[in-house]
Write a protein of this length. Sequence first.
Length: 411
Amino acid sequence: MPHSASPFTLPRWIDPEAAFLHLFADSPHAFWLDAGVDADTGWSWIGEGRPDAAASPLHRDATAPTTAQEAGPFRGGWVGWRTYESETTFLRVERFLAFDHASRRVFAFGDAALAARALDAPFAPAVAEPVRRGTASARISPAGYTESIAACRDAIREGFAYQLCLTTRFTVAGAFDAVEVFRRLRRASGSHHAGFIRTGDVALASASPERFLEVRDGRVHTHPIKGTRPRSQDPAVDAALVEDLRTDAKERAENVMIVDLMRNDLSRVCEPSSVGVDRLLEVETYPHVHQLVSEVSGRLVPGTTVGDLLAATFPAGSMTGAPKESAMQILAELEGEPRGVYAGAFGWVGDDGAADLAMVIRSVVIEADAAWVGAGGGITWRSVAASEVAEVGIKARAPLAALGAEVPPGW
């Protein structure tokens, strides 16, 4: 579908959840990029497409000027994911709806029939409680993870790394309704860059809080997250957790290391002196956690493609550590298995070269006979093993709950 296609403006607002369930829930190749439950800003997109094995989205010129459009920044292109190991899975979008939460307007791309069908969407039914699955199986025990933390600290002491993002995986056997998993996840742990993408027998359900790459009009922004605290129902305790995160020397150092790494990555494809830090060490709050977030941006060198940008920045420094290549080698040995979709990125790439990709964290990957959740944390010399183990459990708890499973004991 060409990016010049004119959208149809619907006469009234429709809930994206209701529209997705009505139009695309049964499609084998569908997506729902979600601004959040009851969002009053941002955009959501729902639709379907066809698998595109070609590297077409990677060839788009990321520096081409884009014209502001009332129907939103995404007007056709590709939706999909890139794994941590840099394998790409994209859908070529055929038909979709765009939801402007701020203006409460809906636009249909594709054909008038889609707009008409969308208006027939009934209210979304209540989200069903999950079947109780018991305790998830862990790839490694808390004791084993503690040993890996010690190995990370050894590597840091010996000068091979400054910081290492050590991850693990929790698996729940059985068949799952992937759409219902995402509906539960977004209600329990919603975020501004959540998403659901299904292609064939594999689906990704994500409540990601981390925007990896935002590309528009030749500029790129990245939003690394490093530093986590749990939420508390007690307002005073919750405020104290925010202040503890904001002032923790280890968390601040970890975040600054990744900011420096992302500045270095962007400098490979950005004009000299254009790379800067727009935000540093700000706390963002989500339903289950507080996060320490920064923002780095730059102006891309003319002619830079989406593929060039990904080659310079992927995988994200917040999921590897620093220096990146050394960190990845160390982590591959310690983790022992590929990360797959987890720690990769998902979102859209437009026909015009614009893009918006989020990190695959706080996510569930649903396959034919099992589902799994990846989680991890940044290890520095000052890391306390018990705290790092607890952080993994905090991050995995909400995604596992969407599957009806619990974090194993000790996490």
